[in-house]
Write a protein of this length. Structure first.
Length: 122
């Protein structure tokens, strides 16, 4: 019990210091060898279902995780995989999706990622 709490604290800390969303393997690497990969997987699953961290999927790549803070988006470099947070916000997306939808009565959130080439790769 105590050990689990500590592992979660370590993971939370790793994610809050990270410059970009991390994969489970990257989280484990930063957390140190004392934390087992299976422990990280379990903690990540729990923490994302509780809502303290957020899962980010980049078009079928390995899922990454970040601290669930302010709503934002990411730009991903399609050459090297570098990721940057952006706060640009397309307005009216949910409304437009709902207008088009035949099955849904409400749309309350969106997930949107941008893909491009970073300055290091040009
Ligand atoms: Zn790049
Ligand atoms: Zn948004």
């Amino acid at each position: 019990m105590k050990r689990t709490t500590n592992d979660r604290k370590v993971i939370q800390e790793v994610l809050s210091k990270a410059q970009q969303p991390l994969t489970v393997r990257e989280i484990r690497k930063s957390a140190g060898q004392s934390v087992h990969l299976s422990t990280v997987y379990r903690a990540i699953t729990e923490m994302s279902s509780e809502g303290s961290i957020r899962r980010v999927d980049f078009g079928g790549r390995v899922p990454r995780y970040e601290v669930a803070g302010e709503h934002h988006h990411h730009i991903v470099c399609t050459t090297c995989g570098d990721i940057e947070d952006v706060h640009t916000e397309p307005r009216g997306l949910e409304k437009a999706a709902l207008v088009e939808s035949k099955k849904f009565k409400s749309v309350h959130a969106h997930s949107l990622e941008f893909f491009g080439v970073c300055k290091k790769c040009t």
